[in-house]
Design a protein around this ligand. Structure first.
Ligand code: GLC
Length: 413
């Protein structure tokens, strides 16, 4: 056998390897990887395999906060601006939700970009903590009925993804809802302090019916990505929510931020990366990855004041490429976020980073898609493996020789 040396902008080397790779290692603090009562039905197992194969999907944070560009008076933020600037509900309605009219939104463009980025799925905020539904809902505070936009972007994206065979998922903030007295998180409106009963009323009157709308209106869903469970998500309501999703969409994956140790896979902390290889959640017959997320927009939701990130068409994608390789080398998958603006466009600076990632994946996808993590517990550089090969990601190469320690099986060259 010969060394295959495949040099790319990031110097990816494909090294054929014979012999057994040493056993995959796990962290000792893997308790968060043990999920409550997960049964992987054949439908769920199939989705999980798709997630493992795809490795990277497009995350999209989009809602009325983009109308404010992430800024209010002298406060800067992004999708948290309502809370950071303590904007009263009626003011947010008037200044952000009502005028939000993203006339340039074109679902097909976003889906095309997702494809160009080499991604197999997307997950978009269907309701963030501000409580505004980005889909047609019986609750009046939604994009179709509240402002003048009159369209349902979730429906449009769902259809466009179907056309292009991109798996489609929704983010839903189930617990924080700053628009409702019973939702968690709004401490500035002067509402009475929240208690379990009050929260559960909210949950059963708004959150659960909206989850039901999502799983009945948009079929199929690849995943429902919940967020910030907080203190009131009792095992009972979590189980009800999971059962509701499963009843309508047995293949839909649920992330760990549903709360209480539930969910089908661990979604690590924001921008979180495992310090070393972790396959604690793998089943005998199913590789269950952990998932983390990062962003090409500097913040999750659109922050207009971060101009260079949106306007510079020549931004490098190297950090994101290396980070993806690093995540995959440790057994994870990535949701990479873009932040469309208030008109519904994904600005060129962000879009080009995604395109560059896609071009890199076109050449080097073999080392990423469906690849297994490094056989070495603490690799000094990202290593993935497949078909008896190891793939090394070398970001900066000072000389032609690279020394790699810890491989015990013989190399054929
Ligand atoms: C956090 C934030 C939220 C963001 C999410 C992205 O939990 O609350 O703004 O949507 O992370 O993962």
């Amino acid at each position: 056998m010969k060394w295959i040396t495949h040099i790319t902008p990031l110097f990816l080397l494909l090294l054929p390897l014979v012999g057994n790779a040493s056993k995959l290692n796990e962290t000792t603090d893997g308790s968060q990887f043990e999920r409550q009562k997960v049964v992987f039905t054949p439908e769920l197992a199939e989705s999980m395999q798709a997630l493992y194969r795809d490795k990277v999907g497009l995350f999209i944070h989009w809602g009325p906060y983009t109308q404010l560009g992430g800024e209010w008076e002298d406060t800067r933020g992004a999708e948290w601006i309502m809370r950071h600037a303590r904007i009263p509900v009626p003011v947010y309605e008037t200044a952000a939700a009502r005028p939000f009219n993203p006339v340039k939104f074109n679902a097909a463009d976003w889906v095309a970009l997702c494809k160009e980025a080499g991604m197999g799925f997307m997950v978009i905020t269907s309701k963030h903590h501000d409580g505004f539904a980005m889909f047609e809902s019986a609750h009046p505070y939604n994009i179709r009925d509240f402002g003048s936009f009159g369209r349902d972007p979730i429906a449009e994206l769902h259809a466009a993804c179907k056309n292009e065979a991109i798996r489609f998922g929704v983010y839903y903030s189930q617990s924080q809802d700053w628009h409702e007295p019973g939702g968690d998180g709004n401490s500035w409106q002067g509402w009475p302090a929240l208690n379990q009963e009050h929260f559960e009323n909210y949950y059963r009157e708004k959150a659960l019916p909206q989850v039901e709308e999502l799983v009945t209106q948009y079929d199929p869903l690849f995943m429902v990505w919940f967020d910030t469970p907080g203190r009131f998500m009792s095992p009972e309501i979590i189980e009800d929510t999971m059962a509701l999703v499963e009843r309508h969409q047995p293949q839909a994956l649920i992330n760990s931020r549903i709360g209480g140790g539930y969910g089908h896979f661990e979604s690590a902390s924001d921008l979180g990366m495992m310090p070393c290889v972790n396959t604690k959640s793998w089943r005998e017959d199913l590789k269950v990855p952990w998932q983390t997320h990062s962003t090409v927009s500097g913040t999750w939701g659109y922050a207009a004041y971060k101009k260079e990130l949106h306007e510079d068409p020549n931004r490098s994608a190297n950090w994101h490429i290396y980070s993806l390789a690093d995540i995959v080398s440790k057994g994870g998958v990535l949701l990479l976020n873009a932040a469309p603006n208030e008109l519904g466009e994904i600005p060129i600076g962000q879009a080009n980073v995604l395109r560059r990632l896609g071009r890199w994946l076109e050449v080097n996808g073999e080392a990423i898609y469906n690849a297994d993590p490094s056989p070495i517990r603490n690799p000094a550089l990202p290593i993935t493996q497949k078909f008896g090969k190891l793939y090394f990601q070398i970001k900066e190469q000072a000389s032609r020789s690279v020394s790699i320690e810890g491989i015990t099986s013989p190399l054929n060259r």
